[in-house]
Write a protein that binds this ligand. Structure first.
Ligand code: CMP
Length: 140
């Protein structure tokens, strides 16, 4: 059974020219890109995506690093894609992320940790709908 997950490449991926490197790592693992697009994050989109973190000490800083800046959002598919992608990207804090993971190899800042991915089926269902219409995700 194939599963899908939602991924956002944070603004520094674009600014540092790491979009291709990261998409390549996902594809080489065997994940299929179902849809991908660039967009500018509005305040509303940031607040919707990170609604569960509202009120936490790092929330304002998180909003500041994303609001008004360009990101890449995508939906990828593969066997147990949610778990696979979480493993490929590594721990939230790049200091703890193991070498070989995206954050372990390419990031050091906690807020600007390059990439976000859904942590559960429930998060995926909520997150992809913020950025994609159902018909954009049809592959046939
Ligand atoms: P992300 O996977 O996008 O989910 C929430 C984001 O909040 C996280 O990655 C980091 O960018 C940011 N963040 C900043 N500080 C923390 C923290 N102490 N714990 C968790 N997330 C944090």
């Amino acid at each position: 059974m194939l599963e899908r997950t939602f991924i956002m490449l944070k603004p520094s991926c674009i600014e540092r020219g790491l979009v291709g490197e990261i998409i390549s790592r996902l594809e080489r693992k065997g994940l299929k890109i179902i849809q991908v697009k660039f967009l500018k994050m509005s305040r509303e989109l940031v607040e919707e995506l990170y609604a569960v973190h509202r009120g936490k000490p790092f929330y304002d800083n998180l909003v500041k690093t994303l609001e008004g800046r360009r990101v890449v959002v995508m939906v990828v598919e593969g066997r147990r894609a949610i778990e696979v992608v979480r493993n490929i990207i590594g721990a939230t804090d790049p200091v703890q992320a193991l070498p070989g993971t995206i954050r372990g190899d390419l990031a050091i800042d906690l807020t600007d940790n390059l990439i976000h991915a859904s942590d559960s089926r429930e998060s995926y269902e909520k997150e992809y709908k913020i950025f994609f219409k159902e018909e954009e995700l049809q592959t046939i």
